[in-house]
Design a protein around this ligand. Structure first.
Ligand SMILES: Cc1ncc(COP(=O)(O)O)c(C=O)c1O
Length: 357
């Protein structure tokens, strides 16, 4: 589970703990209307790793907040108010982010107060996205690989086509890399797998290794459309969060975790494909780097609780998909152990299903 994707560099990495301790002794809080050295340091480091040109950023405290800011700047920059989001897309649960989130389970209880100008089109169908565009469309918001929705990869040309559509129709492309970013998929940003550069990018989750932070980064002309005071938050750019995030970026680069995710991710996928050969109840193995989905032909409720009893904390997407988001520092022996445990559980499950028939 890896802390829902937060523990990218593992748990309590000594360099990050040290950075947090040092900052605690210097300054706990500093409103973003004032200069702060740790914030400046983080922004410089982010500019070095972000897609070129995304040099202006708003710092916040969560993934959903990073999305809220992206929605507001898209409206401000384009003067338009419609959005296109993807079926099975997930962007958070605050009202703006929930308006962009597809799952009816999360939306329906609050439907009456959600932003009405969000349309949902199938992930992978450029024709449907084209049909949904109007003269009022401000932005398309998309995860490069859908996480919560079940680890779905886009068809090969889809993100490129979305970029083309945005360019042709003067629409902004908001890339939600909250779950996929920072090396998780074997590239610093998952959108790099398809050579697609967004106008606005949202980052959060693993960035500060567990200290709350969100980042919305955009081109300068886009971010400048916000006037001073139009979008603020008391804790925005908190120095402890910035110190933790700055140290996290150092660790990702120093320990070459992006390459590690690619290599060890391929190894893990091979193990899971072998497991699929043995167990036909596994319908699909898919993913990139260390973001891997294992889809079953039935509910995985029993598998999750059995795994927990054996010491493996698994994350699910919906009722039949296991979503692996392990730390990028995980070792082969841990992954082999997980696969062995799953092998035993699946053998038991298959026996149970047979006798129930
Ligand atoms: C792709 C994506 N976007 C947005 C969010 C929302 O982030 P948060 O839970 O920090 O609000 C998540 C959280 O799982 C996510 O996976």
């Amino acid at each position: 589970m890896g802390g829902y994707g937060v523990s990218l560099v593992g748990h309590c990495h000594p360099k990050i703990v040290q950075a947090i301790k040092e900052q605690c002794e210097r300054l706990l809080s500093c409103h973003s209307s004032l200069y702060n050295d740790k914030r400046a340091e983080l922004i410089e480091k982010l500019i070095r790793i972000l897609p070129k040109g995304l040099t202006r950023m708003f710092l916040s405290n969560s993934g959903a907040e990073a999305i809220e800011c992206a929605i507001k700047i898209a409206v401000k920059y384009t003067g338009k108010n419609e959005f296109i989001s993807m079926i099975r897309g997930y962007h958070g649960k605050t009202l703006g982010a929930l308006s962009a989130t597809w799952n009816p389970k999360y939306r329906d209880p609050f439907k009456s107060i959600l932003v009405p100008s969000f349309k949902f089109t199938p992930f992978g169908r450029i024709d449907r996205a084209e049909d949904a565009v109007t003269d009022k469309t401000a932005a398309i918001i998309i995860e490069p690989i859908q996480g919560e929705g079940g680890v779905h990869l886009p068809p090969d040309d889809f993100l490129k086509e979305i970029r083309r559509l945005c360019d042709e129709r003067g629409i902004l492309l908001i890339m939600d890399e909250i779950q996929t970013g920072l090396g998780r998929t074997g590239k610093m940003w998952a959108s790099e797998h398809w050579n697609v550069k967004p106008d606005i990018i949202c980052i959060s989750k693993a960035l500060a290794s567990g200290i709350p932070i969100g980042v919305t980064a955009a081109r300068e002309d886009i971010m400048n459309s916000l006037s001073i005071g139009e979008h603020t938050s008391t804790f925005s750019g908190n120095p402890i969060a910035c110190a933790a995030a700055s140290a996290t970026i150092d660790v990702i680069l120093e320990e070459k975790l992006v390459e590690r995710a690619r290599n060890i991710g391929e190894y893990f996928k091979r193990l899971l494909l072998k497991l699929q050969d043995k167990h036909p109840i596994i319908r699909d193995v898919r993913g990139l780097g260390l973001m891997i989905g294992l889809e079953f032909r039935f509910s995985i409720h029993n598998i999750l609780s059995e795994a927990l009893r054996s010491g493996v904390l698994l994350l699910h997407s919906g009722r039949n998909i296991i979503r692996f988001l392990p730390p990028l520092v995980i070792e082969k022996k841990h992954l082999e152990n997980v696969v062995d445990i799953l092998d035993g559980i699946l053998r038991k499950e298959e026996r149970r299903i047979k006798t129930a028939r």
